[in-house]
Ligand binder design. Sequence first.
Ligand SMILES: [Zn+2]
Length: 198
Amino acid sequence: MRKRECSCEGTGNIYIKIDGMEYVDQCYCVFLERKRSDIGELFQNKNLLNYKCETNKQKENMKKIKLYINKSLYVYGEVAKGKTHLLAGIYEELWLKEKRVYFYTESQLIDRIRSEKIKDKELFYIFDTEWDTFIIDDFGKKVMADWQISNLFDFIDELYKREKQVVISSNYTIETLEEKYGIAIARRIDQKCEHLEV
Ligand SMILES: [Zn+2]
């Protein structure tokens, strides 16, 4: 388990000993920099510890998130309900658990899928060797062309088949997502994720 504190004295590296062998690891301050670049300054210091649970629903949700921290999750609800804060918190918890996590907005994800396909590499090889968990913020926002929806389905389908963890936030219920992106994507997400309404 990594620590939620900077102890690198400015080097960015910390050294850990496992069975007498010394390994170099990333310091918390380096992760916070990455978090800022991924989600923005507003969410850099947002985590599950400083998410305020004021309603019973929020308390219930926090319990579920802790229970489902290693599972796939579909977090949905209206704008300004704190979804991105929750995702920022989950991102940090998973990093603390030494998982290799990527955080993308939907647009960034679409671009990455396209660039991997353009480079003619096997699309998911890179994803598979580089990461454990994929976090996608603001899913369902774009108006997409058919080829983009098809790319997105390929990606979601691979996540499903490879049993990779994915954490998605969206303003939409699965039913609305189905209307926007079609039944194939909506069904895969529905099959894969625990649902959490905020
Ligand atoms: Zn540090």
